[in-house]
Design a protein around this ligand. Sequence first.
Ligand code: PRP
Ligand code: URA
Length: 210
Amino acid sequence: MNENVHILTHPLLQHKVTILRNETTSTKDFRELVGEIAMLMTYEATRDLPLEDVSVKTPIATDTFKTLSGKKIAIVPILRAGLGMVDGVLAMIPSARVGHIGLYRDPKTLEPVKYYCKMPADIAEREILIVDPMLATGGSSCAAIDFMKEYGCKHIKMMNIIAAPEGIARVQKEHPDVELYIADVDKKLNEHGYIVPGLGDAGDRIFGTK
Ligand code: PRP
Ligand code: URA
């Protein structure tokens, strides 16, 4: 793995991801945990945001302090499951815009099929944070990254809660410039393209559709 792959080891993250994996975790708890995990991951994925000096008058004195230097950020969830992470990211970056990409995996070919897209008008000028709980074969993530690059986006990060080694390798090969933030790396994919041990189908577990 190159230096653009960041495996996040914070104990709170590991604890919450373990609860997500449990098949007895309810839809309500699962959805809440995905939001909390996204919030914690955002903290890690924004460590390199640039700061600038600003003068502030406190009730006691005037001095120079740090403030974010106006980076424009867009969160791009891959529908459906990525939607579960949006509120957590927005809790940390309330002024971010949100662009949506609808992709589903064809269950036979495992290839991503695009069915929806709506981006902010100035998307090419923004720092992009793609969010999707699962990075399995990497097909959906690579399609989403291709798509953002076609829009002219230059700085792209992606946050996945659980990743398979196959998916990480594919994204690194096709998009070595993209920074990956991952809470846990699992063993492998099964014959249906599911991550083992994983957590099952993230979209179904967030939205209670199975
Ligand atoms: C899941 C997941 C990713 C994709 C990962 O979505 O949320 O987008 O699979 O698999 P890949 O790395 O092999 O492409 P899914 O296609 O199940 O759609 P959904 O979110 O609408 O359920
Ligand atoms: N998509 C999911 O939701 N889960 C997996 O394990 C793989 C792809």
